[in-house]
Design a binder for this molecule. Structure first.
Ligand code: PGA
Length: 238
């Protein structure tokens, strides 16, 4: 049986009270699945408190790659770790496109791993890149640069085609599987140990079962459909 991982990217949604309300409901379902939630940094403390006696893990959506220092407006995953966080998203497409993150991603992955947290490295192609047959080239480049200082301990990958994020357009199971297979071969070539590969991009209760049945898909990174406990429960139950 496949070990499945269900991650939830809450982006800039929910306040601390909505976070507490969500987890009260989510914990009442008593799901056994591996679940990691990425609330906004301002809600991490509420999330940690609310999930204390459960199997739910909490992570950060971003980090600055230093323990501490004069970096106004940034957050350190070292602080998050001291609060109980286990994982950090690195390289989400919104960080890449809206905040122009690129070269810094390798340092972020390295920093997260160096403090014993799990880096969830996100990558994916745009629609234009897919339509001009550049998907594999783009994925290789993102892997080469983002993972140049990484090791295979404490690593997860989330393949998220940019054109499927928040658009309601999901990659077909075959498209997602092909990209996951490509990433998995790349990792093998670089001697990375078995790394969980999550799919993200408009995952919903309606398409989760078909996607998870693909051999190289080990779980999901879910945005919109993770904001409602009932809908996320259905996804975690596939
Ligand atoms: P979505 O977001 O599920 O709303 O498409 C996924 C993500 O951005 O991680």
């Amino acid at each position: 049986m496949k070990h499945k991982i269900f991650a939830a990217n809450w982006k800039m949604y929910k306040n601390p009270q909505a976070t507490r309300d969500f987890f009260k409901k989510m914990i009442s379902f008593d799901l056994k699945a591996e679940m990691i939630f990425f609330p906004s940094a301002l809600c991490v403390e509420a999330a940690i408190e609310a999930t204390k006696s459960s199997n739910i893990q909490i992570g950060m959506q971003n980090t600055y790659p230093q323990n501490e220092g004069a970096f106004t407006g940034e957050n350190s995953s070292a602080t998050a770790k001291s609060m109980g966080c286990t994982s950090v998203l690195v390289g989400h497409s919104e960080r890449r496109s809206l905040f122009h993150e690129n070269e810094i991603l390798a340092d972020k992955v390295q920093f997260v791993q160096s403090i014993g947290m799990k880096a969830v490295f996100c990558l994916g192609e745009t629609l234009e890149q897919r339509e001009t047959n550049q998907t594999e080239k783009v994925l290789s480049h993102q892997l080469e640069t983002g993972l140049s200082k990484a090791n295979s301990e404490n690593l997860m990958i989330a393949y998220e085609p940019v054109w499927a994020i928040g658009t309601g357009k999901t990659a077909s199971a075959a498209q997602a599987e092909a990209a996951h297979q490509f990433i998995s071969q790349w990792l093998e070539k670089k001697n990375f140990k078995k790394t969980p590969l999550l799919y993200g991009g408009s995952v919903k209760p309606e398409n989760a079962a078909e996607l998870i049945s693909q051999p190289h898909i080990s779980g999901f990174l879910v945005g919109g459909a993770s904001l409602d406990p009932e809908s996320f429960k259905k996804i975690c139950s596939v």
